[in-house]
Design a protein around this ligand. Structure first.
Ligand SMILES: C[S@@+](CC[C@H](N)C(=O)[O-])C[C@H]1O[C@@H](n2cnc3c(N)ncnc32)[C@H](O)[C@@H]1O
Length: 290
């Protein structure tokens, strides 16, 4: 079927109706984000230019994208990028799609990064399991005295992180290291951050298709009790953190007690806990006990 000469408003309506019929939670928002991204227009343009007809190729691209969304592919995966902390980030099949809730961890850590930066000439940040580079790049963009290392077990994810650093003008302050947690890491850091995989292995099959089919399992699977990564990180973190440094981790909504116990057992004290937009515990910050 040729879709030539449909207007922007007609494309939007078609997408919204099909998403609504498929039972998506936010059909209107998803239609707007998808079509504005594909056409390179702002949401205001979508309204003010609604009567403009689109080129045949654009119409075909929108039709194809709607089909992909109906097969559960998230809108930002289809577009190949999403924004995190104001930074446009490229996604790849090897990277988690950064979540808005992770900005909570950035906010909490940033305050300490700025404090440490006021006490030291420069500060070094390590982001374990960096994925797209989201957390580290957000911190670097807000903290000009900082340099950052993003590490990941996935080389492909690190290539995406590097591309995102360059794209956002942060390439000269960002390094990448392929590493199983701390295994290939050297030196000490003022700030260590991580949003590790923290979902129990048995729960993964019950997640929404948008997550289990499109986020890499290495980014989700936290082992039998979901806590494997925290144990692996906590046991070594002390050797890589400056004495006055801070380590911040994202957690699942019900993991505060367990993760705090894991870090306390390794000589850390909880200094801050932050909740997400749904009022769930989401980020924990620790310092080494004196
Ligand atoms: C939940 S994702 C977080 C990605 C990114 N930091 C973010 O917040 O959007 C977890 C990341 O940890 C990485 N990862 C999993 N196991 C790892 C390991 N043993 N060592 C280092 N990184 C690992 C995954 O490849 C993935 O990029």
């Amino acid at each position: 079927m040729s879709g030539a000469s449909r207007t922007i408003a007609e494309l939007l309506k078609d997408a919204r109706n099909r998403f609504e019929d498929a039972g998506l939670d936010d059909p209107a928002v998803e239609a707007r984000v998808l079509i504005s991204g594909l056409l390179g227009l702002s949401s205001t343009d979508l309204v003010t230019r609604g009567n403009e007809a689109v080129a045949d190729e654009q119409d075909q691209a929108v039709r194809a994208a709607i089909e992909r969304r109906l097969l559960h592919e998230p809108v930002h995966r289809i577009l190949g990028e999403r924004e995190f902390y104001g930074l446009p980030l490229r996604l790849s099949p090897a990277t988690l799609e950064p979540r808005p809730d992770t900005e909570i961890l950035v906010d909490s850590v940033l305050e300490h990064a700025r404090r440490l930066a006021s006490m030291h000439e420069s500060i070094h940040i390590l982001d374990l399991g960096t994925g797209t580079g989201a957390i580290c790049l957000a911190l670097l963009s807000e903290c000009p005295q900082a340099t950052g290392t993003g590490s990941d077990i996935s080389q492909e994810a690190l290539e995406t992180a590097r591309a995102n650093a360059e794209r956002n003008g942060l390439g000269d302050r960002f390094a990448t290291v392929e590493s199983n947690w701390f295994e290939a890491i050297h030196g000490r850091f003022h700030v260590i951050v991580s949003n590790p995989p923290y979902i129990q292995s048995s729960v993964i099959s019950t997640l929404a298709p948008e997550v289990k089919m499109f986020d890499p399992s290495a980014a989700l699977d936290g082992g039998q009790d979901g806590l494997d990564a925290y144990r692996a990180i906590a046991v070594d973190a002390g050797r890589f953190l400056h004495q006055d440094g801070v380590i911040g981790v994202e957690i699942g909504y019900d993991q505060r007690v367990a993760v705090t116990a894991i870090f306390e057992e390794q000589g850390f004290t909880l200094i801050e806990a932050a909740r997400d937009y749904g009022h769930n515990d989401r980020a924990l910050l620790f310092q080494q006990k004196d």
